[in-house]
Design a protein around this ligand. Structure first.
Ligand code: ADP
Length: 159
């Protein structure tokens, strides 16, 4: 039986921290669906199309990764696509509290889908999409924090 996991997120944009979690999840699962979870309540810098394009470019050589998006609940998506788990990353205690509640909510919706958490690698514990955007806005180089297609997407957005 193929073990599929879904890694949901806003990916606004995807960072090397996200990629680290994705690669580690690929060591455990047969396939990982990188799922852009679209939320109407969230203000994002990049549009859904821009984020999907970047996710596809970044993962184009990873044959066990699929990219998709949902406007619904990630847990519903996971069930519908035969996944056994949702993958998330934990950086600090503040992430824990949020993720703990999210996990309980997901379990309320569907007990068959479990959540699997990866601890952030030490070099990425500070890295979030928001920190990245903040650094970029203040003129800091982000090249060592994101894959090349993300650097390009920033250039397109701010040209
Ligand atoms: P969301 O809005 O759903 O939290 P994000 O794109 O911000 O979407 O994050 C998706 C997941 O990736 C979350 O579980 C988050 O904790 C995790 N994550 C984000 N950045 C890192 C990082 N640097 N290291 C490990 N996990 C991370």
């Amino acid at each position: 039986m193929k073990h599929i996991a879904v890694y949901p997120g806003s990916f606004d944009p995807i960072t090397n921290g996200h990629l680290d979690i994705l690669k580690r999840a690929l060591e455990i699962f047969d396939e990982v669906i990188l799922l852009l979870a679209v939320s109407a309540h969230k203000n994002t810098l990049f549009t859904v199309e821009e984020r999907l394009q970047t996710l596809r470019e970044v993962t184009k050589d990873m044959d066990k990764v699929r990219v998709d998006y949902t406007e619904g609940l990630s847990v519903h998506y996971a069930h519908k696509h035969g996944a056994v788990a949702l993958v998330r990353g934990l950086r600090a205690a503040s992430d824990f509290e949020y993720e703990f509640k999210l996990a309980a909510g997901n379990r309320y919706v569907d007990k068959e889908i479990d959540m699997v958490f990866f601890m952030a690698s030490s070099e990425y514990t500070f890295l979030s999409s928001s920190t990245l955007k903040e650094l970029h806005a203040h003129g800091e180089s982000i090249a060592s924090l994101v894959p090349e297609p993300v650097v390009e997407s920033f250039k397109r957005k701010f040209k």
